[in-house]
Design a protein around this ligand. Sequence first.
Ligand code: AMP
Ligand code: MG
Length: 469
Amino acid sequence: MPLRHDFASALPGMFLDWTADPVPHPQVLRLNRPLARELGLPDDLPATLLAGLDLPEGARPVAQAYAGHQFGGFSPRLGDGRALLLGEVSGPDGRLHDIALKGSGRTPFSRGADGKAALGPVLREYIVAEGMHALGIPTTRALAVLTTGEEVLRENGPLPGAVLVRVASSHLRVGSFQYLAAQGDAEGVKRLADYAIARHYPHRAGDYVGFFADVAAAQARLIAQWMLVGFVHGVMNTDNMTISGETIDYGPCAFMEAYAPGTVYSSIDRQGRYAYANQPLILGWNLARLAETLLPLIDADEARAVERATRILEGVAGLYQDAWLTGMRAKLGLDGADAGDRALAEEFLEGIEGADWTLCFRRLSQAITDDTALRERLFKDHWLDGWLARWRARLAPDAAARMDAVNPIYIPRNERVEEALAAAQAGDMAPFERLLDALSDPFTEREGLENLALPASEGFGRYRTFCGT
Ligand code: AMP
Ligand code: MG
């Protein structure tokens, strides 16, 4: 695995040289062979190399520095507290991909925490990230899960330790810009912006306002995609919002089952700041924080810089709405675009409140001719006949097939994910593999996988997720 260290060479001051902690017994529990091949890597990478212990030639592992607004409060120095960037590989597509570790031990950014990761959350990130990828949503990828042979201590006792090997088109975040801007390092911000442009938006060389507009558009499209599949990220802090527009940091995230706009899973999000329906608003808030760091680059005249950035920020809601409506038209199988489509979509959402988001959309294709399966899912159906009549008049040719190609039947359902993780911790990877297999082809309904498509059983109760686990 020939590794480059492009980031470390280009951006002094944005990292600390650091190495992974030795672990007693590193073993590859799961390797994503198709992804390895996609990156032009061998598909039998050894555990010691993946764990960053036996470094390939040219490697220069670093802990990245970044700042961030967490739940609205600013921390000038967060950084990789339990992660390392091993370096980059240049894929067959000619683009750079970061190879990074999560759970590789303490770094100078760890503060009080142990720098480790437990197996359950690592496998959870693997399955959700790969599920997101198969859904066509930009995301970091999971290359491998390693068990370490050591235990990590968590609230409820010791758990098996693990390391996730993660691939990203980069780990640059809004918080990376904030880190330098907060130190008043204008030159550093410019260097970082130039680097981010070269890596992600090369057609914007020297055009910082264009760069900001592209990041805003990429993040707006991303959040629209989350909303369309019912994904709740749970911790949309500025250190978790990438410049590339990829989903990153699968901590307390979860897929919504019963549709409720206020859905929150994270145990620490008591105010519902990152609730499902708030995500598009937080998108704008986070982009405003990025804009603040770029003002001196946008225009030497501060008032003019603010004006230009504001113009883009004011367009973000529209970008998001357009992406959402385009996606919703596809989910509903509509023919072309009509002025009434937004209202049609909103009435559908109102009608399915409390019902399973994923299955209501998936069963809608059957309702072209027979609405039984959809009606079965609903808690109220007084609206349905009138709505179906208007909707049927708007359908595209081949609507059913088109809808089934964008409305998944399999998503990472919370109860199934928890079962798979519990089995894996007890040494049985079969449920994990079965779930991952279904999620890797989420639009094709298959016999024998019925229980993976069902909402949580009543006994499952209210789902709670935890950060930094
Ligand atoms: P996150 O909520 O995962 O985005 O993490 C926020 C910050 O906490 C980052 O700086 C992480 O590196 C750090 N962090 C989270 N968990 C740990 C841990 N177990 N050990 C050290 N740092 C951690
Ligand atoms: Mg993070």
